[in-house]
Design a protein around this ligand. Structure first.
Ligand SMILES: *[C@@H]1O[C@H](CO)[C@@H](O)[C@H](O)[C@H]1NC(C)=O
Ligand SMILES: *[C@@H]1O[C@H](CO)[C@@H](O)[C@H](O)[C@H]1NC(C)=O
Length: 243
């Protein structure tokens, strides 16, 4: 009995050791950030320290459907909706009687699940928000903290003082389709919605709420494989809504 059992086990070990050649070759001791789950829901506490503003961000990441949604409650203020499609279209809008919308093109799409797995430098273990974390930096642009015990993200910080703290992380949670429908006034040809005529009167309010900050929302996408560092910093600044 023993001999027949040990043969498959050895074979399994062999398979394991053969299936990870790159990891072993690259840096045997340095961990890499976990891939993002293809679908998850996360509540985040976001501190935009440069603007002195705090947000609760309700994030729905949905890679298989090519969409990503940040619903942002600014402290004692409006809820801002940032709906991103992987085809490059984004809608920034508010709801209610004063609701307004700012559609934007953002060709790089939404963050890939592996947006951190190439080019991140491991900085070691630190405790943050009360969790023992592995910490990486990528391109001096993002510092990413991942819980050692569960591999869940705990926090990430950007170079310019925006910091996001992960409060919940529900793997596999998906927001129902109807919630992904942007309001009618996001579509200029939709006349009844009072989208105005051209130069974006409906967008102005949202624009002032989001300006200087919208770039933050697409930053993770800019870390996708293939984005150059120059492009990264440049777009972060430009993303404050130049047409
Ligand atoms: C926001 O971030 C700044 C800069 O790190 C920090 O000084 C401040 O205490 C933070 N505020 C809150 C409420 O987290
Ligand atoms: C991308 O997809 C969204 C949702 O289906 C759609 O509203 C938008 O027009 C599309 N953009 C492009 C450039 O096809």
């Amino acid at each position: 009995m023993r001999t027949t059992e040990s043969t498959p086990f050895l074979f399994f070990l062999l398979l394991l050791s053969c299936s990870r050649p790159q990891l072993a070759a690259a840096a045997p001791s340095d961990p890499t950030p976990a891939r993002w789950p293809e679908q998850f829901h996360s509540l985040m506490y976001m501190n935009v320290s440069a603007a002195g503003k705090l947000y609760i961000v309700d994030l729905w990441y949905d890679w298989p459907n090519g969409r990503n949604f940040n619903i942002m409650q600014q402290q004692l203020s409006d809820v801002l909706y940032d709906l991103e499609w992987d085809n490059g279209t984004s809608f920034y809008y508010t709801l209610g009687p004063q609701g307004s919308c700012l559609p934007r093109r953002f060709p790089v799409g939404i963050p890939r699940p592996d947006f951190l797995q190439e080019g991140a430098t491991y900085l070691g273990r630190v405790t943050t928000d009360g969790f023992l974390c592995d910490l990486w930096v990528k391109l001096d642009f993002i510092w990413y903290y991942e819980d050692v015990a569960t591999k869940r993200p705990v926090r990430w910080d950007f170079f310019d003082g925006i910091s996001q703290h992960v409060m919940t992380f529900e793997v596999g949670a998906v927001l129902d389709d109807p919630h992904w429908q942007a309001p009618g006034y996001c579509f200029p040809q939709d006349e009844k919605a009072g989208a105005g005529d051209g130069e974006g009167s409906p967008g102005r309010e949202v624009e002032s709420d989001l300006s200087g900050f919208a770039g933050a929302l697409r930053r993770l996408s800019l870390l996708n494989r293939g984005s150059s560092p120059a492009h990264l910093f440049e777009s972060t600044q430009l993303a404050g809504f130049s047409k």
